[in-house]
Structure formats: C-alpha cells, structure tokens
Design a protein around this ligand. Structure first.
Ligand code: A3P
Length: 298
C-alpha cells in the first residue's frame, strides 16, 4: 500500500434527501439521463449487501463460457459499470460512460441508488433488476469495515459512532431502512424485479443461482450450475484478484480486506448488549410500515 497515493476522505452532504459524497453526484446529469436498454440488467443494492457476489454470479451466467479470458484479465468493476460513480481524480471513466461503451449483451450495471433516484429510462425500458438485501446488523458491520479501509468513503469513526450514524441513516446512499423497504415496495408493482436476500445466498447458493436463472429465463445444465456455485464461494472469490478489489488504489487492505468474513451473524461479535437493544428499538420503529422480514442468523 505504501506506493499507493491515498486521497483525502470526502465530506458527506445532503443530495435529494440522501447522504452522498461528490463521487456519486458529480456526474448526476448524465446519470439522470442515462439511456437504459430493454435487455440491460441492473444490479441494485445498499452498499455491502452482496453486490459483488451477485454481480459475479451474473457475470459467470452470461459470459463465463463466452469470454473466460476476460474473467482472468479484467477486474469485475471494469466489466460491470458502477452507474453513478465518478472517480475523476483517479483518472477512471465515469460509470455512465463505461456503461455506454459496453459492447456485450446484456449489459450488467451496478447501482447503490435508492429506488426513487434510479434513472427513469430503466423503468421506461422495463429493464430487469436484481436487488440484493442483507440484514441491517451484518450490513452495518460490513459497511463499518468498508469505510475504514476505503479512503474515498467518509471517516467512519469508532464502531459506536458509526452505529449511531447508521441508525440515523447518515451513511453514503442514505438510510438502510428506506433503501431496502423502498425497493421492496417497488417489487409489488414492477414485475421485472427480483428481490434476493444475502442470507438466502449464504444458506443455499445453488438454489439462489437457480432462482436467478428462472427470473432471467436462462436454462443451464446441472453441471454448469454446480460449477458456478462452486466458483462463487467466498474462499474462491477472496483469492481471485479480478474480484477481490486488490487492484483498487484507494482501498487499504492492511486495515481490512474487501472480502472480509462473508458470514451471517458476524454482528454478534460487534454489538454490545446495550447497542443491540437500542438497535432493535430503532429498527422496530423504522420498519413498522413494511412487510419486509430479515434473518439475522441462519
Ligand atoms: P463482509 O464484510 O461481511 O465480509 P458488496 O459487494 O455489496 O460490497 O458486499 C461485500 C460483502 O459481501 C462482504 O461482507 C463480503 O465478504 C461479502 N461477500 C462477497 N462475496 C461473498 C461470497 N461469495 N460469500 C459470502 N459473502 C460474500
């Protein structure tokens, strides 16, 4: 890491009612006017819910056989554009530009936007959307470690400070509560949306790959499904330099790896009894109007 030049951490500000940093708002006109295509697949998540995992599964489903070389030479974040990202100071291409220049079909595109900020064309084009949600406690823990090691995220402070912020919804991309429940509501009226849970993926990855295939209208052999399921296990992905983000210059792997634990229930090693009680109270309040249910252990 010593040879890498680390940037100053960004400030957070309110953007359309959501906490954001300039990395995700600077290119907003182009994001807002982004032209989706009917065969695009949007992978939508709150940060740290399993975006990379589902992205890699989709990448293998569509391009695993067709373009295996790409999988060993091109990092996943270059194969699957992060729509709203704009890391100009690192001379990287903005997410919208990267998506526009993709020549593969379907285009796989990643976003962390809350549902109300998704560019209109995705709805107009009836694009398929895969949303992944993760229980709030593990999501918060994962986000905390991510903010510690990722220098383009705001300073997280200590765990207690971070957790307070999380409960107030003052994290980049806004409140977890509104994000997961907003997308859940959308699913009730938009049929091209598949809502997956991280906990289900951990419990039975093969079953969830099958669920994805049936949503996408893909038929694959049992052997192929088993191969993909094996290829996307945590330990395998953690070793894969094209997936584990080691090539990103602003992440400090001495602080924490990107592929950290990959578990359900890791929160138990972070929350004190008092923090847990307070969190449950806040949770009950914030989630009182949704039918959405999560598992915090399996
Ligand atoms: P942890 O920090 O709890 O380990 P995202 O891709 O949305 O940033 O999410 C990252 C989280 O998903 C990390 O969680 C990471 O370890 C976990 N993850 C990624 N691939 C996984 C896999 N194959 N199995 C289990 N968890 C995985």
């Amino acid at each position: 890491m010593s040879s890498k030049k680390l940037p100053c951490r960004p400030e957070m500000f309110d953007f359309e009612g959501i906490s954001m940093t300039h990395f995700f708002t600077e290119n907003w006109e182009k994001v807002r006017n982004f032209q989706s295509r009917p065969d695009d697949i949007l992978i939508a998540t709150y940060p740290k819910a399993g975006t990379t995992w589902v992205s890699y599964i989709l990448d293998l489903l569509y391009f695993g056989n067709e373009d295996p070389e790409c999988q060993t030479s091109k990092p996943i974040y270059m194969r699957i554009p992060f729509l709203e990202s704009c890391f100009q100071e690192f001379s990287t291409v903005a997410g919208t530009e990267m998506a526009d220049s993709l020549t593969t079909t379907p285009r796989l595109i990643k976003t962390h936007l809350p549902v109300q900020l998704v560019p209109k064309s995705f709805w107009d084009q009836n694009s398929r959307i895969v949303y992944v949600a993760r229980n709030a406690k593990d999501n918060a823990v994962s986000y905390f470690h991510f903010d510690r090691m990722n220098m383009v995220q705001p300073e997280p402070g200590d765990w207690n400070h971070f957790l307070e912020k999380f409960m107030k919804g003052k994290n980049v991309f806004g409140p977890w509560y509104d994000h997961v429940s907003g997308w859940w509501e959308k699913k009730q009226t938009y049929s091209n949306l598949l809502y997956l849970f991280y906990e289900d993926l951990v419990e039975d990855t093969g079953r969830e790959v099958e669920r994805l295939c049936s949503f996408l209208g893909l038929s694959i052999s049992i052997e192929e499904r088993e191969k993909i399921t094996k290829g996307v296990q945590f330990d395998t992905m953690k070793q894969n330099k094209m997936i584990n983000h080691v090539t990103i210059p602003f992440m400090d792997f001495k602080i924490s790896p990107f592929m950290r634990k990959g578990k359900v229930g890791d929160w138990k090693g972070h929350f004190t009894v008092a923090q847990n009680e307070q969190f449950d109270e806040v949770y009950k309040q914030k989630m009182k109007n949704t039918t959405l249910k999560f598992r915090t252990e399996i």
